[in-house]
Design a protein around this ligand. Structure first.
Ligand SMILES: Nc1ncnc2c1ncn2[C@@H]1O[C@H](COP(=O)(O)OP(=O)(O)OP(=O)(O)O)[C@@H](O)[C@H]1O
Length: 607
């Protein structure tokens, strides 16, 4: 601070006093500069000595001279060897870190440690042919359930059912106060996951009296919801339990009428015990249907949980949670005193049951479900979990044979034709990546194969009733080949679908697993083929590897086959083009007419 002079006004101030003071300061500064210069030159000479001793050869170019007044103004002599680069860096690094320095070491990789329940699942066998669990002999199965199973032709339980059903039943034998553990099931496609939640739910709810909603099953799409509701209805047939389907397949008011009724004495009462729904429709009912009450929910089932998790529609989980907690002391803020009576009155949260063939075993993703002491059943073996990458790997049915075939883009229809017509593959489900491709391919095959082959299409371009109709026909074998987008890739159970062809390769491993899983179901043999362009081979192999699968064999197509089919293909292609063009023209005509009539209506109204 003594470098600064503060001039204050006072009567006694005169110029001579100020000049004296300034001279004194200048003297002091000069003295300090001299001291520093001496200290600096001493340090320099000692550095030169050490340098000589170490016989350093590398020298730095001349250091720039500081012009700062505080530093010595003397320039180092040119013959004085400057400090070595490393030494300067080392000195500087003591003061601060130099970014980009080679001394920075890579951080050691953080080892992923899975929670115990994820790293130690109960392993479920994939073998559906050597079954050891006859329905008749299972004492834990209710006679009504047994007889329904037998009437459906199910004499032995599949491994996933054999393990999951008793576990769920057992969790509900605990005293009322104990919350049952939540369950996650990751088992291959077609391994019977649906019955592994339908059986315990129906059996446990059979004992309950009073009609209240006790089980809620959420699915990602309408078709799947309809399929699961059908299974529930079958198994509830000989019980007092009733099932409602809320998926938008019937008008909203009709769903409301099937769901609740109003009574003078008690008010709103539920008409059903089990609800099977899509997430979007569920939220609509939670918001608008009077008397829709989930306060007594015992089971919350999320089928195809990974798909639902990836696309949480309308924040449905939050709405369900909020609805269930309504009226509980957490929401009202009235916390009662802790005693046996109050504790035993406490409502338990519903048991969550999560199912999928590609259930993510990533703890961060599973976190959002808020699972209570979860238990995992998985078809992946225990050793797999020691490998950290195994977290993404999935199992496919043992009876499924997978292949791929490589051809140029223009030859893809020819390869398909060869499989369908020449090799006579029947009951084929063929996947494309776009509704437009689905339509073109259907028109082409119907033109080309004439009456030899019945080909139909299914995509979002069709309305719901048309989609239902096509699917029904395919199930009844009235259609030989169904060309579809990924709308049909998940969960749909088509008995006796013998072949799956991916005309366009799947975009990710999960889609691949679900597509190929439409065949080779319930222990039956199935064959899946993916058609690839030469440029897609390596990407496809990476995708397969990422899914934990070994390399799959290639089917070679003889070039003679392509040459032989080319002529008929060319003429079929011309007809297809004409048909599609005329369809397009018709569509344009229709839309113009609709617009015109709408305009004239508006003009009439204005007049
Ligand atoms: N124990 C059994 N014995 C014989 N068939 C069975 C048995 N359990 C289920 N099935 C049949 O197996 C087929 C596939 O079952 P399900 O649809 O439940 O499979 P999934 O595991 O849910 O498949 P995805 O993952 O594709 O949805 C169904 O047709 C079903 O009727």
């Amino acid at each position: 601070m003594d470098l600064f002079i503060i001039n204050r006004y006072n009567d006694t101030n005169d110029d001579t006093h100020i000049i004296e003071q300034e001279a004194k300061r200048l003297e002091q500064l000069k003295q300090r500069i001299e001291e520093r210069r001496k200290a600096f030159s001493v340090k320099k000479s000692s550095d030169v000595i050490t340098l000589k001793e170490e016989k350093q050869t590398e020298i730095l170019p001349d250091l720039p001279v500081s012009t700062n007044d505080d530093l010595p103004t003397e320039i180092p002599k040119p013959n004085t060897p400057p400090k070595p680069k490393e030494k300067i860096y080392a000195e500087k690094q003591k003061e601060f870190k130099v970014l980009g320095s080679s001394d920075f070491q890579k951080k050691s990789k953080v080892q992923r440690i899975l929670p115990y329940w994820l790293s130690h699942p109960t392993v479920v066998s994939r073998d559906l042919n050597e079954l050891s669990c006859p329905v008749e002999e299972q004492e834990w199965l209710h006679p009504v359930i047994k007889s329904t199973l037998l009437s459906e032709g199910i004499t032995k339980l599949f491994p996933v059912q054999n393990q999951v059903v008793p576990f769920i039943l057992n969790e509900h034998t605990l005293p009322k106060l104990f919350q049952p553990r939540d369950v996650c099931i990751s088992a291959p496609t077609g391994s019977g996951k649906t019955l592994s939640f339908v059986i315990p739910i129906v059996q446990l709810l059979m004992k309950d009296v009073g009609c209240k909603i006790r089980a809620l099953v959420v699915l990602p799409v309408q078709e799947l919801a309809a399929q699961v509701a059908k299974v529930f209805k079958k198994y509830c047939n000989r019980t007092h339990l009733k099932v409602a389907l809320l998926s938008g397949s019937v008008p909203f008011q009709q769903e409301q009428q099937e769901l609740v009724r109003f009574t003078e004495s008690v008010g709103w009462v539920s008409k059903v015990e089990i609800i099977v729904c899509t997430a979007g429709r569920l939220v609509e009912h939670l918001k608008t249907t009077e008397g829709f009450n989930l306060q007594h929910l015992k089971f919350l089932v999320i089928d195809e949980a990974d798909r639902i998790m990836d696309n949480i529609q309308n924040d449905w989980l939050y709405h369900v949670d909020h609805h269930i907690k309504q009226g509980s002391e957490l929401m009202t803020g009235k916390v009662q005193s802790l005693n046996w009576k109050n504790v035993s009155k406490q409502k338990l949260a519903p048991q969550k049951l999560l199912f999928s063939a590609t259930l993510s075993q990533d703890p961060e993703k599973l976190e959002q479900w808020g699972l209570f002491q979860p238990k995992l059943f998985s078809a992946a073996t225990n050793e797999c979990f020691e490998d950290e990458d195994q977290i993404r790997k999935y199992a496919t049915p043992a009876e499924l044979k997978e292949h791929y075939v490589v051809c140029e883009a223009e030859n893809k229809p020819l390869v398909l034709y060869n499989f369908l017509v020449e090799q006579k593959w029947d009951k084929v489900l063929c996947f494309t990546n776009a509704a437009e491709t689905t339509h073109r391919l259907t028109v082409l095959l119907n033109t080309w194969a004439c009456k030899g082959l019945k080909v139909a299409e299914l995509s979002a371009a069709l309305d719901r009733s048309m989609r239902e109709n096509v699917l029904k026909k395919f199930m009844l074998s009235e259609i030989d080949v169904l060309i579809s987008t990924d709308a049909l890739a998940r969960g749909i159970d088509i008995p006796d679908c013998n072949y799956v062809i991916s005309y366009d390769p799947p975009r990710n491993i999960k889609t691949y697993i679900h597509r190929v899983g439409r065949t080779g179901r319930a222990g039956k043999i199935g064959k899946a083929v993916t058609v690839l362009l030469p440029s897609q081979i390596s990407l496809f192999k990476d995708l397969i590897k990422a899914g934990g699968k070994e390399e799959i064999p290639e089917i070679k197509i003889n070039t003679d086959v392509i040459d032989r089919l080319f002529e008929s293909y060319a003429s079929a292609m011309n007809t297809t083009r004409e048909k599609i063009n005329s369809e397009l023209n018709l569509k344009i005509k229709n839309s113009i007419e609709i617009k015109r009539s709408a305009k004239s209506k508006i003009q009439k109204r204005k007049k």
